[in-house]
Structures are given as C-alpha cells and as structure tokens.
Design a protein around this ligand. Sequence first.
Ligand code: NAD
Ligand code: UFG
Length: 332
Amino acid sequence: MKVLVTGGTGYIGSHTAAELLMSGYEVVIVDNLSNSEASVAERIARITGKNPAFYIGDVLDEALLDRIFSEHKIDAVIHFAALKSVPASMSNPLLYYHNNVSGTLSLCRAMHRYEVKNIVFSSSATVYGISDDKPIGEDAPLSPKNVYGNTKLMMETVLTDLYRSDPEWNVTLLRYFNPIGAHESGLIGEVPAGVPGNLMPYITQVAAGLRPHLNITGTDYDTPDGTGVRDYIHVVDLARGHIKALENSRGLGIYNLGTGRGYSVREIVRAFEEATGVKIPCVEAPRRPGDLACYFADPSKANTVLGWRAEKTLHEMCADSWRFAKSYYGKA
Ligand code: NAD
Ligand code: UFG
C-alpha cells in the first residue's frame, strides 16, 4: 500500500513517514520546506533503511500533484501540510486561509481526479476552544478561538461534506492534543523557527543554553498549581495513531489523539529535570492572551474503535525531546 504524506518532512509527518516505512508501507512525501529541511528525508531513510519518494513542492501546485498521482499509484493520503502558528495566523489570516484551506481544496481536487478516496487529516484540539476539568470527547462543542483553529474547523467541514457527497470516501479527522518528544534515534524531532511558541521546544532551548530561563505564562489559573494543564502525547504514539486510522477507520471518523491525562507546566518542568538532569530556571510571567487553563482528551473512542492507545511515558517524552535537541543544537 502506497501512502502520500503531505508535510512529510515536518515534525509529525516525519515520524509518521518513518512508522509507515517500518510497518511495510511505501511512502511518497510532498513538502514545500516552508517549515522543515530536505535532510529530514535522508534521516527517515537512515532510521528505516528505506527511501521514501520525495517531492519538494507545494500542495497548492495542482500540476505537481498531477505529476505525483500519475507517477505513483497512491492508495491513501495523510495530510499534514499546513502552517501552525497561532499568533502568526492572527496577524496574517489570508496566508493561513490560503495555505491551509486552499491547500486542502487543491489536494482533494487532485485526489478526486485520480479517484483516491482515503484521507487522514491532521486536526487539532484547538477546534474545541473550551477549558474544563473534565476530559474532552469528540462531541464537545466546536468553537475555535483563533484563525489557525478556524482553518482547522473549515478543513474538517470541507472533508466532512466531501464524505457526505460520496460515501465511498474514507475521511478520518484526527484531533491531536499536545505532541512532544522525538524519535528515540535522536535523528528527527521538532525544530522551531525563531523563538519557540510552544512549551517543550522552549524548555529544550533553555536546557541547551540558548535562552536564560523559561517564562511560565500564567501562574494564577484555576488549576492545582496555578499553571496551564495540557494533554502531552509522544509524537511516536501520535504517528502510530495514523497507521491505526488508515487500517481501522471506515467512512467518516473523528478521533481525539491524546493520553487522557493532563500535566501542568510546573509538572512538565519537573519531569524534564528528572529525565535529563538539566535544571530549567523559571520566571513567572503573565498569561498569554487567549490561553485556556486546562484541557485534556477523552481518547476512549480511538482506544476502542481504532485499537490505538498512547503508550509512552512523560519521562520518555522528556528524555527523547532532549536527545534530539541536544544533538540538533550541538550539545551532544
Ligand atoms: P510542521 O510545521 O513541523 O510540519 C508541517 C509541514 O508542512 C512542514 O514541513 C512544512 O514545510 C509543510 N508545509 C506547510 N505548508 C505546505 C504547503 N502548502 N505545501 C507543502 N508543504 C507544506 O508541523 P507539525 O507540528 O508537524 O504539524 C503537522 C500538522 O499537524 C499540521 O497540519 C498542524 O496544524 C497539525 N497539528 C500540529 C500540532 C502541534 O502541536 N505540532 C497540534 C495539532 C495539530
Ligand atoms: N507555556 C509556558 N511558557 C512558554 C510556552 C508555553 O508557560 O514559553 C505554557 C502555556 O501557557 C500553556 C502550556 O505551556 O499552559 C502549553 O503551551 P503550548 O504553547 O505548548 O501549547 P498550547 O496548548 O497552548 O497550544 C498547542 C499548539 C496549538 C494547538 C494546541 C492544541 O500550539 O497550535 O496545542 O493541540 F492547537
């Protein structure tokens, strides 16, 4: 079975491409390298001993997609290619709607032309836009609070309507919670562009000595220690969820991919220090505008229907994040 992975040199796409190759799938990657490096394709080959086909280009380029679909008999698409910064989406909404929503339309049109009717889509817990001390199920109200989240909900709508127009489609919408960690080889991981916006890449840059301290953004939330609580999931567990989705989801399927357990910022810092032996100086800082206090997944639907469950521990998430960052920042 041959799978087209859009955004396949990115953080989650590269881990998924590696897991697919290890599981015996053939992989074709298309990525415009707007947020990743071409060398990732070679690293995937080093990890797996198998070469993915690799096209450098944009999912908005329909001529390129025609070339890919005519050169390969694609059975299914896993669609990661998107821009993902919440603040950048607020300052440049047209870029985000064009790249993410128009990119998805362009891809689906090509799939339609070549009668490829299986797609697994990277959605996000950000579509829920709610904060609660109870696990969030897939039927929770949808109410994204930023442009990036709006693009995700729009793409979910496009794909759902496509399925409704032709039930031969298999459309799987995977709503990820907070992916962290890296491949245990240390060869692939998350490389943030500029100042990291997310917690773990910021922590690893502090650990690598690139930044003096972590700003804990919000210490007065209604949570046990006052800091934000999230459901962190190891990126390799997340990658494996995509394979389970390809194998077990039929028709229209919507699944949360998370562990079902929330950790606070202070708990993450403590776990990182314990796993790595590196001290992370912290400074209390104001809340980030629009941040939610607490959210974590109810992953039971993915557990029962897809036969998938997150297995890796927080200790592994921290140790693996650091192994990659250490080598990437030349601290190994
Ligand atoms: P990433 O930026 O590392 O990977 C995305 C890849 O897509 C990059 O390699 C980028 O170069 C490529 N790309 C972007 N636009 C493209 C286009 N028009 N054509 C071709 N390639 C393009 O991000 P990631 O963390 O791996 O996220 C993958 C997907 O998962 C995204 O859709 C993202 O929105 C979603 N997601 C991520 C998170 C997270 O916290 N990382 C959470 C929920 C959902
Ligand atoms: N935080 C800090 N300091 C930092 C960065 C983050 O204390 O330097 C805190 C935040 O306030 C929050 C927690 O760490 O409490 C996690 O923040 P992240 O930015 O890592 O994650 P978010 O849950 O805010 O957002 C991420 C992605 C979104 C995605 C969402 C849900 O950035 O794109 O997860 O999947 F939509």
